[in-house]
Design a protein around this ligand. Structure first.
Ligand SMILES: N[C@@H](CCC(=O)N[C@@H](CS)C(=O)NCC(=O)O)C(=O)O
Length: 214
């Protein structure tokens, strides 16, 4: 199994956590998002993933893009250490938490979006940072409300073992800290992040632990 990844990509970080939680060995194929104008934009990578985004998983000749689709694929092919609950309502809740991050928060701070803000829209760096922080806070506030007001929240986002939702929460917290978002208003997120950070699967998936870390 091969994962096209970049150490700081939060979408790739989600998949690395899932791979580690399930104990799946994989080869990391780093694609540098900034070097040479962005290696994700090269012809070679476009042939692997026409979206020109990371991550891509290669398994038995299949190329799979989209981190959540990859994690669901891993869930179906490697059911050990399940990342989704068994009951339909629980599964829907975990997917809903994951999508709050992956669909409603992360895309607004993605590299190509920020490049458009400072490039075509000619906005200064301060506007770019304000944009990033605004959408990070908006996403964090939603996630905090969903977690804090639901009795199904446990040590982790859903109960007492990590799920797909935690695979999304931890990289999003990494992004928030990187862009100086104060986490004080989100105590449940902070508590869950601390619990996840005690697990080797999360520690080994951290950007600083990747072979391409700078
Ligand atoms: N929805 C996609 C998002 C993928 C994505 O946006 N990846 C970012 C890194 S976290 C990327 O490759 N950005 C490159 C660019 O914007 O040019 C997923 O979950 O896999």
């Amino acid at each position: 199994m091969k994962l096209y990844t970049y150490f700081r990509s939060s979408a790739a970080y989600r998949v690395r956590i899932a791979l580690n939680l399930k104990g799946i060995k994989y080869d990391a194929a780093p694609v540098h998002l900034l070097r040479n104008g962005g290696e994700q934009l090269s012809e070679a990578y476009r042939a692997i993933n026409p979206a020109m985004l990371l991550p891509t998983l290669e398994d038995e000749g299949n190329l799979i893009g989209q981190s959540l689709a990859i994690i669901e694929y891993l869930e179906e092919t490697h059911p050990q250490m399940p990342l989704l609950p068994t009951d339909p309502a629980g599964r829907a809740r975990v997917r809903s938490l994951a999508l709050t991050v992956a669909a409603d928060t992360h895309p607004l701070g993605n590299l190509r979006v920020l490049k458009y803000v400072t490039g075509e829209l000619a906005q200064p760096e301060e506007v770019k940072l304000a944009w990033q922080q605004h959408w990070l806070r908006t996403g964090m506030a939603t996630l905090e409300a969903l977690l804090a007001h639901d009795t199904r929240t446990g040590r982790y986002c859903h109960g007492d073992s990590p799920t797909l939702a935690d695979c999304c929460l931890v990289p999003q917290v990494f992004a928030a800290l990187r862009f100086d978002v104060d986490l004080a208003p989100y105590p449940t997120i902070q508590r869950i992040h601390a619990a996840c950070s005690e697990l080797p699967a999360f520690q080994q998936a951290h950007p600083a632990q990747q072979p391409d870390a700078e």
